[in-house]
Design a protein around this ligand. Structure first.
Ligand code: UDP
Ligand code: MG
Length: 320
């Protein structure tokens, strides 16, 4: 088969109930494109029948390839692996649960043909997602945008189209904390957004548990901002100021009004706990950064493949 013009990269984790419908809608869309497309499905250590479904699809359809991880490495790593193996001139990343409508892909491609190199889909609406997910997400994107060193668009997920040039840059990045939507902004190039309404999940449970979402948010914040590190400096300065003021007050009481009651146990206890809390939080923030340095330094591979369906890394134009 000639080299595909487009690659579609999809991470899948326990998505057996979505794969048939996903494939149906994608192949309909691919027919309409009329140009060679490859589909790269990355099995992120699923425990259901996902891998069997991927094997079957690969058998039946020459455009379908898959990678399978030896365990669950996480969504961002699964996308990274897909990008490592993709061979297309334009690479599309999307979710497997049909929250990202395949029918939007032609519009992404249109913008690419106009000369944009990163086209990300921006959610204008999230249908049927709980407040419990929407509110923290809403706040997180705005806080991150405020704190980040780079211009980070709000309300964008990983659904996007990237030019070969951009993917080559991403593939060459050695960092392990892969907050892809951040890295994607970081690289620069000509970027634009396409608004869309995010559908509810087609089937199955949300795979991003609250813990995983929190970890992703921490990755995004720590990888793209140093402002949290300054938090302890500011609070420390504030505490020092309060201490000086209190010292002056105590001196005043001692000298001018010796009969006034000096502070009691409660005040001391509050001060001790407050400072203890500030110190622990500061150490925690420091720990987030140091822990990530440790991860980087260990230099372990980003993922372990247990099975590769029809792809070799040599195929991709850049290998890392
Ligand atoms: N996913 C993955 N590994 C994980 C969690 C999720 O590959 O550890 C995939 C999942 O199969 C889906 C995509 O990442 O294709 C987004 O997951 P989900 O729909 O649960 O997240 P949400 O849409 O709520 O952000
Ligand atoms: Mg989803």
């Amino acid at each position: 088969m000639a080299l595909p013009k487009y690659s579609i990269v999809i991470p899948v984790y326990n998505e057996e109930t979505n794969i048939p419908e996903l494939y149906r809608r994608l192949s309909a869309m691919m027919e309409r494109l009329g140009e060679p497309v490859e589909l790269i499905l990355v099995n992120d250590g699923s425990r259901d029948r996902t891998l069997w479904l991927l094997r079957d699809l690969h058998q039946e359809d020459a455009r379908v390839f898959y990678l399978s991880f030896a365990r669950n490495f996480g969504h961002q790593i699964a996308v990274t692996a897909g990008l490592n193996f993709a061979r297309g001139q334009a690479i599309i990343v999307m979710d497997a649960d049909l929250q990202d409508p395949p029918e939007l892909i032609p519009s992404l491609i249109e913008s690419w043909q106009e000369g944009y190199q990163v086209i990300y889909a921006q959610r204008t609406k999230r249908r049927k997602e709980s407040w419990f997910k929407r509110l923290p997400a809403y706040l997180f994107y705005r806080i991150l945008r405020h704190l980040a060193d780079i211009d980070m668009p709000v309300d964008t997920g990983d659904f996007c189209l990237m030019d070969r040039q951009v993917v080559d840059v991403l593939n060459a990045m050695p960092e392990r904390n892969r907050y892809i939507r951040g890295l994607r902004s970081w690289v620069g190039f000509r970027q634009t957004s396409i608004p869309y309404e995010r559908d509810p999940r087609f089937a199955g449970e949300v795979k991003y548990t609250f813990r995983k979402s929190l970890a992703l948010a921490a990755d995004g914040l720590v990888s793209f901002s140093k402002i949290p590190l300054r938090f302890s400096t500011y609070v420390g300065l504030l505490a020092a100021l309060i201490a000086v003021l209190m010292g002056v007050l105590v001196l005043y009481w001692r000298i001018v009004a010796p009969s006034s009651p000096l502070t009691g146990f409660a005040t001391i206890a509050i001060a001790v706990f407050f400072l203890g809390a500030v110190q622990l939080v500061s150490i925690g923030i420091l720990g987030e950064y140091v822990g990530r340095i440790y991860e980087e330094v260990k230099g372990r591979p980003l993922y372990v493949l247990s099975e590769v369906g029809g792809l070799t890394k040599g195929n991709s134009s850049s290998t890392t």
